[in-house]
Design a protein around this ligand. Sequence first.
Ligand SMILES: [Ca+2]
Length: 436
Amino acid sequence: MRRFFIHLSASLLIASALATAEQRQPNIVLILADDLGYGSLGCYGNQELKTPHIDQLAAGGMKFTDFHSNGAMCTPTRASLLTGRYQQRCVWVPDEELSPIFRKQRQENPIQRWAWGLSTEEVTLPALLQEAGYHTALIGKWHLGYDRKFHPMNYGFDTFRGFIGGNVDYHTHIAGYGTKELDWWQDREIRDEQGYSTDLLTKYACDFIGQNKTKPFFLFLAHGAPHQPWQGREPNRKQSPVENYREMITALDESVGTVMQTLRKHQLETKTLVLFCSDNGPQAPRDFAANGPLKGNKSSLWEGGHRVPMIAHWPGMIAAATSSGEVAMTMDFLPTFTKLAGAKIPEGHTIDGTDLMPILKQEGDINSRSIHWKHGEAWAVRQGPWKLIGQGRKTIALVHVVDDPSETTNHIEQKRDLIPSMRRLHEKWEDEVGER
Ligand SMILES: [Ca+2]
């Protein structure tokens, strides 16, 4: 009998140690939509489109109403996501250093060929999680360098399915610009296959979850949808751009539903933090209300360029049906995920983002910091409810983006006293990240 109890308590100890380990290292699923606007989902007020699966995710988790992409375009945001730093602080390697083959391709087809890559010296989220024992996958879009030396598996991803460039044809998987070659990868090999890319990526994401159900994993599902070209599931069906666009968002919504169903099937829902967000504001057909009340679209530093949907879901850890007005940014993912994983950021290495778990658990706030954007000559700084927007040396607008998210009232005259300190804050930031 005594032996039985000893055995039992030892088992309990092991079980509780395992439970703690599981809790310490939750799975992380990050689903990134491409060019999805703030107003393009049912749960963010879209009237014409049904997105039941994403809405369900929002109803069971925390829906952010003041979340921002670091950039107003794809590549900058992705760099900040992977590094936890302002993309302006990251090291970028120019094309002069690219391989001779790539340089030759570029000479032959210079139009729109992207000429930079994120340095492999950067400390990246997948590499940190990999070191902490996670199995890591990028399923979807990369867009941080075309050359093979910028291949995602050189940055800490154990596996890669998807495309390197900014977009592909959803049916043929031919690169949208650049070489016009097939851009569809299985790890380090280019391989063609049949299928609609959103659905293929969903399948690979679910396969990866199934293969890794007993160990911690990081799944970065970086959908191409609803980035151009606007193509529905049937390659030969005649539809308007808006009809295609709606179908792309439906496929994206179904992808979220299928991923969640797969997590439930493997009983991983309570062991997995799921985040859904977009990399920048919309580029959408003119007749589609992509941005709700916001002004501006992709590439703009009005709210429409960078305020994006963000939903965090984790039953048991994040209370259901809550909504957060906290100001957060893409670069916050790295510190959040690495802390959850128990991963170690090298000593002395600068991270700009902030751990979001206190917000997700409703135990703290981070609104005292200022956050910054720069897009060409355009710049913006957010401090509390105020956002100052400028172009070069010129100050263009001061807006109260909490009361007036549509940015209809410019307070540049009435609130003149706020401007010098905000400008100084932004200049200090520019000096710090090396943007001036
Ligand atoms: Ca994008």
